[in-house]
Design a protein around this ligand. Structure first.
Ligand SMILES: [Zn+2]
Length: 319
């Protein structure tokens, strides 16, 4: 690790690690996709929230005035958790100042409002934190990359996939309804349906409807309550409520009781490798998800000759 930058993790009240990490550089401490530090603990200068999925811990970080999230991420957090977002917002692509540090933000195509963050230390070392990524083409070069590995296991065949857009289009034409998680996948499904020329009302359950109406104001087209339209997009556990038999679960999972159509919010393993080549960092930290995928990708990258570590090996802690 470059000497002017260090990765640390907070120790929580049970003696384990708080989620994800903090980066200490110059006189600053940025916490990333982590829960809010209790008052007695070291406080960061900023909580960077990459997107509103629950495993990135915006639910607690959103309550800090030091939270930084995109306008859409902040709004999605408010709808999902019925709490007021207390931090600062940006439009993805804009920059945000934290004291004298300019943080640039970049779209990642993972959810509406998902953003990567980049900044430079005083000695000119560039840092990029990706969050979860579907489209890496807007991400800049950096020296130190902090990235995900949701499908980072090089030995797992399920980490190699392509979205089945032909299957989705065929199902749509046959009047199918779709099971999709309310934040992220549901909006991707609606966007795809409109891109494929579907103009009728789309039926949605309450949470999916609230999120999609709010986050896709100008682009969602006509939406209505479940079974009010020809096709429905509902959370998977609400699929039994949808009339008719023509139903699909939009997922890469294979353990479902409904037939599935492969539609992912993530890069597959090959995509992650292409992303890393595109960013061409000097050093990599794989930070997400918890579990062995991060260390498996880190190990693979080491074998490819890249200086890489994973979050489970970080040994510096703060309280
Ligand atoms: Zn996510």
């Amino acid at each position: 690790m470059e000497s002017d930058l260090e990765v640390v993790r907070r120790v929580n009240s049970r003696g384990g690690c708080a989620p994800h990490l903090s980066i200490r550089f110059d006189s600053h401490l940025f916490s990333i996709d982590t829960s809010r530090s209790p008052k007695a603990c070291v406080q960061p200068d900023a909580y960077l929230i990459t997107h509103a999925h629950s495993d990135h811990y915006g639910k607690s970080a959103m309550l800090s005035p030091k939270a930084i999230a995109s306008v859409e991420t902040a709004r999605a957090l408010e709808i999902r958790y019925d709490r007021e977002y207390k931090g600062r917002t940006f439009k993805v692509g804009e920059s945000v100042m934290v004291d004298d540090v300019k943080i640039d933000t970049h779209p990642t195509g993972h959810t509406i409002g998902s953003a990567a963050f980049s900044w430079e230390t005083q000695t000119g070392l560039s840092v990029l934190v990706t969050g979860d990524v579907k489209d890496f083409h807007y991400l800049p070069h950096c020296d130190f990359l902090v990235t995900e590995a949701n499908y980072g296991d090089p030995y797992d065949p399920s980490c190699i996939f392509e979205d089945d857009l032909a299957g989705f289009s065929e199902a749509l034409e046959s009047g199918a309804s779709f099971g999709a998680y309310a934040f992220g996948k549901a909006q991707r499904a609606v966007a795809l349906m409109r891109a494929m020329g579907y103009k009728d009302e789309i039926g949605m359950d309450a949470q999916s409807l609230a999120l999609t109406q709010e986050l896709m104001k100008d682009t969602a087209g006509p939406l209505t309550e479940v079974n009010g339209g020809v096709s429905n997009v509902v959370t998977p556990w609400n699929l039994p409520l949808v009339r008719g038999r023509n139903k699909f679960f939009l997922t890469g999972r294979r353990d479902t009781s409904y037939p599935t159509i492969q539609l992912s919010d993530h890069l597959d393993f090959r995509g992650l490798m292409k992303m890393i080549e595109h960013i061409s960092p000097q050093e990599i930290l794989v930070y997400h998800p918890e579990g062995e995928r991060a260390s498996l990708l880190a190990h693979h990258l080491q074998e490819c000759g890249m200086e890489t570590t994973s979050l489970d090996l970080v040994e510096k802690f703060v309280r």
